[in-house]
Design a protein around this ligand. Structure first.
Ligand code: SF4
Length: 333
């Protein structure tokens, strides 16, 4: 009943998304990783660039990490780029260069969680695995009246089991796509339009006037606040970049020399702008200073001199590219 109504709805309301119908597991994988934190339109451009630069698993596995980061630049969440690179090497070493076709094997790839493994299994191989994301958790919670916290792994497992039962006998790729579109456009987080919903008669939340209360989401990630000061020293069209090493954000990317403060620092001479960026677990605030000087300061560890027209050769975090483009009008190609 649920699946049938959902799939009929989908026949009339499906979104025309560029990836639809793709069956090449490599391309499905790349698109799913890009889409994890990115809007469709922006993601589509990056997807093309990525596939053009690395057309298959082998070319990605053999690429230099800096090259992968450079193609990824601007998308943020750089751990995804590192993971996808690492996973391509895994496919070469553990699966003879052939993309694994079993859910359990796909799940072993670095950076591939339950959702992405299920999406690849269903879209590329037609396997009956529900891709349980926020949309599916919300729709199931409302339709079946599930009152447990959807942030809990136990609730997610229960909804996965229920979705697996519901998708039985359907085309798994179509079922997953229908769930995504239904959640994104019909059973939306705020103000779902139940009056035109084909499931309203059997929907628990609608029948019990609980649409606003479901899904239940109690756990909230507390984000760590960080305050940076980035200093761009400038002498004769040259500046200093610093490679970020260690196990923190932006690993192996380049930034202007950076100081970190425990609380928001006072702004002083040479201050240009402040940029904020939200990561999954961190909230960043970065103040940019531009300091013209006759000679650049002596290099510290991991620092290099770079002329301004060569800045684009270095992979940089989003905050840096925003500074350069929007506040300093430096074009990065
Ligand atoms: S009736 Fe409303 S709450 Fe229930 S599935 Fe439809 S849109 Fe969602």
């Amino acid at each position: 009943m649920f699946a049938q109504a959902l799939l009929t709805w989908y026949d009339y309301h499906q979104r025309d998304l560029p990836w639809r119908g793709e069956k090449d597991p490599y391309k499905v994988w790349v698109s799913e990783i890009i889409l994890q934190q990115t809007r469709v339109q922006q993601g589509w451009d990056y997807y093309h660039r990525f596939i053009e630069t690395f057309p298959d698993v082998r070319s990605l596995a053999e690429a230099d990490e800096q090259e992968v980061l450079r193609v990824w630049q601007g998308l943020g969440y750089y751990s995804r780029a590192r993971h996808i690179h690492h996973a391509a090497k895994q496919i070469m070493s553990d699966f003879g260069g052939i993309f694994p076709a079993r859910y359990e094997d796909i799940r072993t790839l670095k950076g591939v969680g339950d959702y992405t493994a299920a999406a690849i299994a269903a879209f590329a191989f037609g396997l009956p695995h529900p891709a349980v994301d926020g949309n599916m958790l919300r729709v199931f919670s409302r339709y079946f009246g599930i009152r447990e916290d959807i942030a809990l792994p136990k609730t997610r497992r229960e909804i996965t089991a229920r979705a697996t039962r519901e998708m039985k006998g359907t085309d798994p790729a179509k079922f997953n796509q229908a769930m995504m579109d239904f959640g994104a456009t019909q059973c939306t987080p705020a103000n779902p339009d139940c009056s035109v919903c084909p499931l309203q008669k059997s929907c628990y939340a609608h029948q019990h006037d609980l649409t606003d209360m479901l899904p239940v989401k109690i756990q909230k990630i507390k984000k760590r606040q960080r305050y940076f000061r980035l200093t761009m020293y400038l002498a004769h069209n040259k500046t200093i970049l610093e490679k970020r090493v260690g196990n923190d954000i932006w690993r192996n990317m380049y930034q202007f020399p950076l100081q970190e403060f425990p609380t928001p620092p006072e702004q002083g001479e040479h201050y240009v702008a402040t940029i904020h960026e939200t990561l999954t677990h961190q909230q960043l605030q970065a103040d940019l200073y531009v300091v013209p000087c006759r000679r650049l300061p002596k290099l510290q560890e991991h620092q290099i001199f770079v002329s301004l027209d060569q800045l684009s050769q270095y992979p940089m975090p989003k905050i840096m590219t925003i500074f350069l483009k929007e506040h300093l009008q430096i074009t990065l190609t």
